[in-house]
Ligand binder design. Structure first.
Ligand SMILES: [Zn+2]
Length: 245
């Protein structure tokens, strides 16, 4: 069983009747004024669960008319917010590196590529929150145990955009399962693994604890700039029956 369940089940087409999760606001195609990524645009979604639920914001980075993808696969990353890494540039985890790598891959892809990053700010500390994450760091620099993230909002955004086929950038088999189990065709998996030696212990931790698909290259990179990108077809090699715990 997948520990990380979707907020909406059982099928993407069933979003959102079972949960009441719906899109209440959205914006696309705003300039991203970052000279490193001239091909990227940005936008945002606001979702709400039920009539009186709390509104939740999600950021998106995109390239091309992703709302007109049709059958064209979209280069996709579902990214969990990480204030410590992405904003403060704390180097305890690989989140900032992965986000930058995903942006670079989409930006540098051939003309006509469609790309999308969905940024879930509320996934901080695997959705336990910022304070809980920092407390876990205090207790020995280990990530907060367990994973409370849900991906119903990701599915809702994909459905709203009409995206049916993806080339997904992830090492996390749970994210693959969420997509595939909900009717999104994964035509390619692109692993994002930094060779930065400072992060090797953390990547090993994720592999052992969450079953992440981690394949290190032969030459460690001190800066984290050089990516080891390994594309493979879904499904990945089995990582052990209980590795998703
Ligand atoms: Zn992080």
């Amino acid at each position: 069983m997948n520990k990380l369940t979707t907020e909406a089940s059982p099928a993407l087409n069933g979003v959102p009747p079972q949960t009441g999760l719906k899109v209440v606001d959205k914006v696309f195609d705003r300039p991203l004024n970052n000279p490193l990524f001239p091909n990227l645009r940005m936008g945002g979604y606001t979702t709400r669960k039920g009539q009186r639920g709390v509104k939740v914001d999600h950021g998106i980075i995109h390239r091309g008319d992703i709302w007109n993808a049709g059958d064209q696969p979209v280069l996709l990353r579902i990214d969990s917010g990480c204030l410590t890494s992405a904003v403060f540039h704390d180097e305890s985890c690989d989140c900032h590196w992965q986000l930058m790598q995903a942006m670079k891959l989409i930006n540098d892809a051939p003309e006509g590529t469609l790309g999308l990053i969905i940024e879930h700010f509320h996934h901080e500390g695997k959705a336990h929150g910022f304070t809980a994450k920092l407390k876990s760091y205090r207790d020995g620099m280990y990530p907060v145990p367990g994973d409370k993230r849900q991906f119903g909002s990701s599915l809702l955004i994909l459905k709203d955009l009409g995206i049916k086929r993806v080339r997904v950038m992830t090492n996390n088999p749970e994210k693959l399962a969420v997509l595939v189990d909900n009717g999104i065709e994964v035509v390619e998996v692109i692993h994002l693994v930094t060779n930065d030696p400072k992060l090797r212990w953390f990547l090993n931790y994720k592999a052992q604890t969450f079953g992440h698909q981690i394949v290190f290259g032969d030459e460690p990179q001190s800066t984290g700039e050089a990516a080891l990108l390994q594309a493979s077809s879904y499904p990945p090699e089995p990582a052990g029956s209980d590795s998703r715990e």
